[in-house]
Write a protein that binds this ligand. Sequence first.
Ligand code: F1P
Length: 355
Amino acid sequence: LDAYFNKDWQAGDNEQPPVTLDIPPALYADLEQIEILACGTSWHAGLVGKYLLEQLAGIPTNVQYASEFRYAPSPLRPNVMMVGISQSGETADTLAALATEQQRRNGLDPAYHARLVGITNRPESSLGHLVPHLIDTHAGIEIGVAATKTFLAQLMAFYALALDLGYQRKTLTEARIEEIIAGLRQLPAQIEMLLSSQDGAIEELAHEFVETQDFIFIGRGINFPIALEGALKLKEISYIHAEGYPAGEMKHGPIALLDSKVPVVAIAMPGTVYEKVISNAQEAKARDARIVGVTSLNGKHATDVFDTLLPVPVVDELISPILSVIPLQLLAYHIAARRGLDVDQPRNLAKSVTV
Ligand code: F1P
């Protein structure tokens, strides 16, 4: 872990570690719960984080919208670690939620003291100054307003945190940690391959969706937040109405929306929930929806169900969100470009929401 994420990093094929994780062991002591606070895309990274922290480190984790939490914080509990995520490090809601939490815990029993951690690519930001402990994602600033590369980097921060906690709490074997890190190490090459092999195909595909008015994205498990993020990217930069759902929730309402005019993007990465997502995609196909599938090339039945395939390299399900989100980012980008929109400066959106 140290060799991959922090102090013992040896300069080699990369210039710096994927993230710098420098959390003192005292922050983990008697830890009972983690509260994640964020907005927008960072909130989606938090949802992936919840999955990792609960499944790998066995810590109950809540993900809260900072814009809600700041006015209605959860009841105080002891031994809670608060994790604020913000790529800009300047989002007012996230800063206010963290500051509120810090203040209301002041003067209480030490078990209730705020254990604040920030995740950002801008350690020099207000978030960097507010929190005593940072996971620096080294992602640089986002050129565009809509977060893309910093989202991948925020996910990496959660792999680092969950693996570190899982190691300390002995919920993970060393062999499993090594296996996951080996998978993470392959990501840069896999991302290069994905970008070079799929960018053109997705650009072509985007032509077919220029007039589309509604999209639905579905996913399960660790890829459910990626369905939310795919939908958000499309809203933010293409101005197309899009919703993300946990695939199993479709039958509880949203399925009524489906017809031939509403494409459904199904994130079906091979793993524990693959068959379930395929069956949800089949339900949508039976309602005449066009099905776009995000899957690895070895996904069984994929070609039967999906009208269009967005292939991603073969990857462990646990780290698949880092790859599965990329075709969705590209899709939003190319549809927006095709519509003649400014992908870097979408209307009504600010680089950092400071009010
Ligand atoms: C949060 C956020 C972004 C979104 C847009 C508005 O930003 O919701 O996710 O793309 O830029 O702000 P941050 O707290 O991660 O900087």
